[in-house]
Structure formats: C-alpha cells, structure tokens
Design a protein around this ligand. Sequence first.
Ligand SMILES: [Zn+2]
Length: 346
Amino acid sequence: MRATLMHGAGDVRSEDIPDPTLVEPTDAVVRVTAASICGSDLWPYKTLEPSEEGRPMGHEAVGVVEEVGDEVSIVKRGEMVVMPFAFSDGTCLFCHEDLHTECLHGGFFGNGGPDAGGAQAEAIRVPQADGTLFPLPTDADEALMPSLLTLSDVMGTGQHAAVVAGVTEGKIAAIVGDGAVGLCGVIAAKRLGAEQIIVLGRHADRTDLAREFGATDVVSERGPEGVERVRELTDGLGAHSVLECVGHDESTQTAIGIARAGGAVGRVGVPQSETMPGSQTAFFGNIVVGGGPAPARAYMDDLLPDILDGKIEPGRVFDRTVGLEEVPDGYRAMNEREALKVMVRP
Ligand SMILES: [Zn+2]
C-alpha cells in the first residue's frame, strides 16, 4: 500500500510499504478514508534525525474497519469509525477515569513507536480496537467528514484544554494560539458557555475564523504587550480560564500571565522544554496549571451530537485537501503557514 514516511527533517515521502495485518487478537485493520496532518507532525518535520527506514506518519483518521482480530467484539467489519491519536484498551483504571491517553495498555500512533503505524496511508493497524475506535452512525453525511475527522485530535484537544481550564457558563476564557487546536478551543469555550472569549493570534484569516467560531476579542500582541492587552479587556484581572494551545515557552508564559488569580490554565500545546515558565506568577496567583495529551476518545460521545446537528463545525479548520502523493507538499504548506490544516484523502 501507499503510505507516508518521514526520513528526516523536511524529508517526507509517499512510498510503498507492506499492507498492515492483524498482529494481536485485539487488533483491527482500518482502511483510511480521511486523515490529516497535525501541527505536532511539524515538530519532527523540523528536527527528525535522518534514517533509511523512515517513520510512518499520521495519527488522525476516519476509516472503515476492514478486519478484526478474534478478541474484538464491539467494533465490526464494515463500520465507519474515528481513530483517536492514541490507542487505549477502554478497560483499565485510567480509561475508566476518561483518561485514555494514560491507558496502561495504550500508546500513540505515528510517533515512531514499535506498536503503531501511521494514518497518512491507505490503511492502518489499530491495537486495542474495541477501546480505541469510535463507531459513527451509518447515515453520517459525507459533508460532515471533515468535522468528524477533527474528533480524532484537534477538536478533542481543544475540548480538553477548555475542560482542564474549567471553562464555565458566563466566565471569561482566553485562548493562546490561532492554530487548528486554538480554533477548536474557541469552539469548546463557546460550547461550554464562556461569555467573553479572547483569542491571542496574529494571522488575520485564522482570527477571523475564530470570531466566526465565537471569539469576542482578538489580541495580536505577543509577550508582555499581549498580557497587558488581555488585562485591559478584563478589568485588569485576567481570564478565568486560559487554553494554552501552542507549547512554546513564550506562549506558556503568556498563558499564565493572563490568568486571573485563582484561575486555571489548560495546557495542550506539546511543551518544547522540560521546565515550565511562569512558575512564580502561577504560584503567587494561586493559578492551577494542568493538562497534557488529550483523551480525545473520552470526548467523542459528548461532541458527536453537536457535529451531527451542525451546532459546531470544527471541520472548517481544514483549508486544503491532498491525495497521498501530495502529502509531502502538504507538510511544506503547513510548515510555511500557507495552509492552516491539511486533510489527506487516500
Ligand atoms: Zn486503558
């Protein structure tokens, strides 16, 4: 089959690899009908060490179940499913706490680990199929596919940031970052009832979309100026809930800087350094800082009806669609900020 492999920084290729097969009796093989390139794929795109074998890429997919192992009982052949970016058994104590990304038998797709291949391919092997795959209604409209695809990562991740940040009815939420996750964070904040929604971002086309998703204010300044601007917009107090959707030191510092005393920061941007900036600001402000890899699987039941009803349209973050052969150019376009988020149709 055709698949996407990254052989080093800036070196993405579409090539032939063996078809995925069932390895464990709890596996399924899914034929991918739509996948996407994630902002987090751009990190190895900038830094990956060169290798001959290459790393299978992609962790967001919608597809059709093609084969299931003997111990798979919930997921059925022929079913249309969403594949979250992490696999999980659905039965361990963490899965029962809706923290599927900490599953005792889980792992991540497309990260170079031994267990899981990449979703930017014609098909993918899915470990722990029953606990991982989320069956879609049989009559789900094709036009909804982009939004359903966002359940695999960006919409669930934006939701996680909002939940960890404690967004509630009538409160002020601020979202740091205008990438696909930040925009989905705006949707999540709106959906959870935030009254004022401030987005921090500098790309007019993206912040325009943020406004359509429910943002009430846009702050384009960064660093201390951005913090100052948010304070001006919030009677000098800051936001109750801050969604950190970038992961850089500066954005984390900003996120903590714009949280009001007693507020919370939900971090979903993958941190690029070991130490966390803003420690003293957080401490003296009694600010709760939390977050991590989003248990996207846990949020699907809650988010699905709003997508089916057209109440939320997170699929609007996709502004380009490519075939498998054009995936390398999709990486280039996202890396150069020419595209916001790229969908892959194998
Ligand atoms: Zn588990």
